[in-house]
Design a protein around this ligand. Structure first.
Ligand code: NYM
Ligand code: MG
Length: 188
């Protein structure tokens, strides 16, 4: 409906949870259902800051932990004008990671937990190992205790199709709710 704002739908989770696959599927399904929906991802690797992050993640460069954290944050801030413009134009944004990944992955560096058993194949980027992901998961769980945010937990171990259907149905509800609420602020 004209004049309605779009919803900000953030997909968060550990690496290999299927966020990118689901984000693409979700945008396609929402568009097919007549919504205006677009996909964003963080880190957005195409910008100058994004290139620094990409090279850090690929272990090609070393960066001090605090400054990396701030670069991830800056990488979100550089998209904020676009995000706000799209949402107020009525475009629903599906975002593959946002500030919660920023908190979870930085916090995971500071957590001293017993090493978890080695997991199946991860990629070769920094942070892509079972121990680190376990810590990030704990951090995500702590972040979800903030009930002012509309968290929905989806069991990513189900089939791509089942996960998609669950996220699609949840998103339809969120789009309706968002249309009735003014745009708020979310930390970046
Ligand atoms: N990551 C992502 C962070 O450490 N901080 C952040 O703020 C964000 C947005 O980047 N292992 C980490 C989590 C991932 C890595 O993301 C690359 P992806 O979605 O695998 O491209
Ligand atoms: Mg990854």
């Amino acid at each position: 409906m004209a004049g309605r704002r779009g919803a900000l739908i953030v997909l968060e989770g550990v690496d290999r949870a299927g966020k990118t696959t689901q984000g693409r599927r979700l945008v396609a399904a929402l568009c097919a259902a007549g919504h205006r929906a677009e996909l964003l991802r963080f880190p957005e690797r195409s910008t100058e800051i994004g290139k620094l992050l990409s090279s850090y993640l690929a272990k090609k460069t070393e960066l001090e932990d605090h400054s990396v954290h701030l670069l991830f944050s800056a990488n979100r801030w550089e998209q904020v004008p676009l995000i706000k413009a799209k949402l107020s134009q009525g475009v629903t944004l599906v975002v593959d990671r946002y500030a919660f990944s920023g908190v979870a992955f930085t916090s995971a560096k500071e957590l001293q937990l017993v090493d978890a058993a080695t997991r199946g194949e991860f990629g070769h980027e920094r942070y892509e190992n079972g121990t680190f992901q376990e810590r990030a998961l704990l951090c995500f769980q702590q972040l979800m205790s903030d009930k002012t945010l509309n968290w929905k937990v989806v069991d990513a171990s189900k089939s791509i199709e089942d996960v998609h259907e669950e996220i699609r149905a949840l998103s339809e509800d969120v789009i309706l709710c968002a249309a009735q609420r003014p745009l708020g602020e979310l930390w970046k």
